[in-house]
Design a binder for this molecule. Structure first.
Ligand code: 5GP
Length: 114
């Protein structure tokens, strides 16, 4: 099974997930293997494979994903201490799921990036 289908099924409630926010444009849910006390994935409801598929027609989705992440950080009381937002793109960045997703990480002091 193409692994992007996992996220499509989560959006439509066909695979159980801990959804923390959903609107017409994005869905946010807890990562199944959290790397921090708060680890939430924010994805567009319409399939986009990776950042490389962002174009003039769909670029506003990035703003909405980012704004949603910031609101979730505030709601989880991690905004004052700080948090990290990551998007992995393709092999060198370690993108495992071929469905554009933003990681929101926080709730502890995070390791430096490499
Ligand atoms: P990537 O490495 O592609 O940037 O991140 C993919 C993330 O998706 C990983 O952190 C992984 O734990 C998470 N993930 C993979 N499969 C599932 C799943 O079925 N449910 C949830 N909630 N998260 C998943």
């Amino acid at each position: 099974m193409e692994n992007s289908l996992i996220f499509t099924k989560i959006i439509h409630g066909k695979i159980p997930a801990n959804i923390v926010y959903q609107d017409k444009i994005v869905t946010a849910f807890k990562d199944i293997k959290p790397k921090a006390p708060i680890h939430i994935l924010i994805i567009p409801n319409t399939f986009i494979k990776s950042l490389n598929e962002i174009n003039t027609n769909n670029k506003n989705i990035i703003t909405h994903m980012l704004y949603t992440s910031i609101q979730i950080a505030k709601k989880n009381n991690i905004s004052e201490k700080g948090y990290r937002i990551i998007i992995n793109c393709n092999e060198h960045a370690g993108q495992e799921i071929n469905y554009l997703h933003m990681h929101l990480l926080g709730g502890k002091k995070l390791n430096p990036l490499n």
